[in-house]
Design a protein around this ligand. Structure first.
Ligand code: NI
Length: 259
């Protein structure tokens, strides 16, 4: 069994065949999928989908590019939604200094407020980091990471940042960009201990080789697992076993799974 820890199945790219995509993932051995929200509306959509499929789980949270949407009212609604039994994390939250769609100060405030929420309700966080590794680590340290866990998703930073992420006790996961021909990420993945790795696609984006350029989907997490097995010099089965147990532990996924 494999666990896909980062999908965006509510996007319109899946409007035509969402059910088949989820079924296809299950047939490929991907028995649990965490659907990741980016704002209040998609938080609700993630929960609705999770109610429909046994092996589907949800997160709630506001993405740094949408940080202006976080106010006391939306924060209150997120707090309510976080109590749903299939909500397993707060995310994706973090900082994005690449697109700069939202003022840095607003992003930082939204990030901090959602870290407080995660601590309050006892859920792990899914971190989006785009050109903001230093800043995010600074914020996490200043907030204190005791009792806080989570993952730096779609890791694309350097080795030094990876070291610091692991020092904070956080997990690291790579998307399809790990498989791209000129990627320097295999060097980073090599130094990440197996018990800190998770599998994810970030679909519909970032399809791995050999599907690069096409729509990504949860079943493609297999290609990431294959690449990790090659980099870590272990079997494919070993990668699937350890990432599955890591994901179950981090997100408290229990036994619910796809048929
Ligand atoms: Ni994402």
């Amino acid at each position: 069994m494999l666990i896909e820890t980062h999908a965006h199945l509510y996007f319109e790219q899946f409007d035509e065949d969402r059910d088949e995509v989820i079924k296809g993932a299950s047939e490929a051995g991907v028995k649990k999928i965490i659907n990741i929200a980016v704002d209040l509306e998609t938080s609700t959509q993630c929960i609705e989908l999770a109610e429909k499929y046994e092996g589907l789980f949800a997160t709630i949270g506001i993405h740094p590019n949408d940080a202006t949407k976080l106010d006391s009212s939306s924060l209150g609604e997120l707090r309510e939604l976080s109590r749903h039994q299939k909500v397993v994390a707060i995310g994706e939250i973090g900082m994005d200094l690449h697109w700069d769609r939202c003022p840095v100060k607003v992003q930082e405030r939204a990030f901090r407020e959602q870290i407080w929420l995660a601590k309050e309700v006892g859920l792990p966080i899914i971190i989006h980091n785009r050109d903001a590794g230093r800043k995010i680590i600074h914020i996490l340290k200043s907030e204190g990471t005791e009792g806080l866990s989570g993952v730096f998703h779609c890791f694309s930073d350097d080795k030094k940042t990876a070291e610091e992420v692991m020092d904070l006790g956080f997990h690291i996961s790579f998307t399809g960009n790990l498989t791209f021909r000129k990627s320097r990420l295999p060097e980073v993945a090599e130094m990440v201990p197996l018990d800190k790795l998770l599998l994810e696609t970030d679909c519909p984006f970032l399809a791995p080789e050999p599907k690069r350029g096409r729509r990504n989907e949860p079943a493609h997490v297999i290609y990431i697992a294959q690449k990790l097995a090659e980099i870590k010099k272990v079997t494919f089965t070993k990668i699937t076993e350890i990432t599955t147990s890591n994901a179950k532990r981090l997100f408290g996924l229990g036994e619910r799974a796809m048929e």
